[in-house]
Design a protein around this ligand. Structure first.
Ligand SMILES: *Cc1c(COP(=O)(O)O)cnc(C)c1O
Length: 557
């Protein structure tokens, strides 16, 4: 009996894709537009499943309307920019649901089977967590104390500030957490409104909706490098949206913004401002954007700013001043003068801020915080009698466990704990950058970021193993508190190894990524040695590229 269970578990857990499926995955799929088709797709791939993963928008924002889209095959080579590879189809490795046999209770076979699946799953989670670098998730936490609450169906449906008649909620924790954010973003208790969302995306959907309700005929302005959820919001709400160019760093190009704001001046402006873009970790210059608005002639009643701070919005406030980290909070403005990074605060005319809770903070379940002004929320809320509360959120039911996890971490770490974490992340990100430079790999790290952008590795298996997020010719690693120097060392050594193996006889041909990261960061034969970024006073220059094949010095601090 045991062996049957074992065998069943093995079958389900490590089942490779069937030969038919495997073959079909290699076949390229037609462009999204012609998805409604009658042949060419094997039965195993459901049409719905495909639609769910097929990208819809133009390159850049996680999708392409043209070019073939393929499922990844774990060793497939990377195709050109527009031909990107989707992840493996999950049908080949899903855990099947089987109906209980009439005698399951007697034999316990089903229990044993499920226990075995879970045990193996747990093992694979441990393994995957070990090699995780591509997503900004802090996997370093210990929430053992909260396991006692797992048995409760905690749900905060409705408005956080108005108790509903569903009693199993955690509003005490939720409001406590929101008050903490009110202090962080400098808004009085009776002037703010917010809630714990299911993710950063929900925060963006909410923030932009508030903007739309406040300025119903407003045009949405967002940089090309904004998260896909921003443009999704525009589609959902049928808003006019204007895409603004970005600088090489990924930061919004305020010259282009000014031009576009001037063109759209007849209508109010709803702006999405990024504090840390998804791919390059770029921070839009809030202060400069405000200046541009003023210059073009938008008064405060004619614009609404939503700040998307999913990742770095929670790191920037903790960048410690007065240490060597100081240079990270300085940035050069267009005119060349150095000033401090623009602070996110409701003392400035912003309408809302959202962050993710499972990124830097490390909540083990997706969640986020959306925060706005009390005066704005009334325009979109409705009282709901059967809740005895108010509907002002995007979702109905809301995860009541998430606020408790956030409350727990904020209490545990506090300001100082976050400062330490942020400092370590920035230092380690810098370390990674230098190690990659040493290895003659094109690399870029924005001053205000722990997202290290580099040449996309050619080896798909390596990308999968380290769970790297890739876009076009670049990949990135996000250095979170759970990323140690040791992990980075392993990563770099392995990368160097697989890079060599990707070329005949190990003659590495360094790809040119000058369009993605700029001349000072590209390591290709044409651009190496061209680095010219001025560093703050007293800082020794670390050559961006390799001069005549000489190796590079380590960072001097
Ligand atoms: C991750 C991210 C989001 C979305 O957050 P989720 O919690 O994954 O929904 C939005 N904006 C930016 C800039 C992000 O990096």
């Amino acid at each position: 009996m045991v062996s049957a269970v074992e065998e069943a578990a093995t079958r389900c857990v490590t089942l490779p894709p069937s030969p038919v499926l495997k073959a079909s995955l290699k076949r390229s799929l037609p462009p999204p537009m012609s998805l409604v088709m009658t042949d060419g797709l094997p039965d195993e791939i459901s049409l719905d499943n495909l639609k769910a993963v097929l990208p819809t928008s133009k390159n850049g924002e996680s999708g392409a309307t043209n070019g073939n889209v393929k499922y990844g095959d774990s060793h497939g080579a990377v195709k050109s920019n527009k031909n990107f590879v989707l992840g493996r189809d999950m049908h080949g490795s899903s855990f099947k649901i089987t109906e209980p046999d009439h005698d399951d209770e007697v034999t316990g076979e089903k229990d044993a089977y499920m226990a075995s699946v879970l045990a193996r799953y747990r093992k694979s989670l441990t393994e995957k967590s070990k090699y995780h670098l591509g997503y900004p998730y802090n996997l370093d936490f210990d929430y053992g104390a909260l396991s006692q609450l797992q048995h409760f169906s905690i749900n905060n449906l409705g408005d956080p500030f108005i108790e509903s008649n569903y009693g199993v909620h955690s509003r005490q924790f939720e409001v406590g957490v929101l008050d903490w954010f009110a202090r962080l973003w400098e808004l009085e208790k009776d002037e703010y409104w917010g809630y714990i969302t299911n993710c950063g995306t929900e925060g963006n959907l909410h923030g932009i909706l508030v903007g739309r309700e406040v300025l119903p005929d407003g045009i949405l302005y967002a940089s090309r490098d904004s998260h896909y959820s921003v443009f999704k919001a525009a589609r959902m709400y049928r808003m006019e949206a204007v895409k603004v160019d970005t600088l090489l760093s990924g930061e919004i190009d305020c010259v282009d913004l000014e031009r576009k704001l001037t063109e759209g001046k007849d209508k109010p402006a709803i702006l999405n401002v990024n504090i840390g873009t998804t791919v390059k970790g770029a921070v839009d210059d809030l202060d400069l954007i405000l200046k541009v608005l003023e210059r073009v002639g938008y008064t405060e009643d004619r614009f609404y700013i939503h700040v998307d701070g999913a990742l770095f919005g929670l790191m920037m406030p903790f960048v410690k001043k007065g240490t060597w980290d100081l240079r990270y909070i300085r940035k050069k403005s267009l005119s060349g003068e150095v000033h401090e990074a623009p602070k996110v605060t409701f003392k400035k005319p912003i309408g809302s801020v959202s962050v993710s809770g499972h990124k830097f903070i490390g909540c083990p379940m997706p969640c986020g915080v959306q925060f706005t002004r009390m005066k704005h929320i009334n325009s979109l809320s409705r009282n709901v009698e059967y809740l005895a509360s108010r509907d002002a959120t995007i979702m109905g039911s809301r995860n009541g466990h998430a606020p408790i996890f956030l409350w727990y971490t904020l209490n545990r770490k506090g300001y100082r704990g976050f400062q330490k974490d942020v400092q370590r992340c920035l230092r380690n990100a810098h370390y990674l950058k230098e190690r990659l430079r040493e290895a003659k790999i094109g690399v870029m790290l924005n001053e205000l970021s722990s997202t290290v952008v580099f040449e996309r590795p050619l080896d798909e298996a390596f990308i999968l193993k380290w769970q790297l997020a890739c876009q076009g010719k670049i990949a990135h690693a996000v250095v979170m508190p759970s990323v140690t120097v040791e992990k980075l060392d392993n990563f770099v050594e392995e990368l160097i190894e697989v890079r060599k193996r990707s070329f005949p006889e190990g003659n590495v041909k360094i790809p040119c990524i000058v369009e993605e990261v700029g001349v000072q960061n590209c390591a290709c034969s044409l651009h190496r040695g061209a680095g010219t970024i001025p560093l703050p006073k007293g800082e020794k220059r670390v050559s961006a590229c390799v001069q005549n094949g000489n190796s590079i010095n380590r960072a001097s601090h």
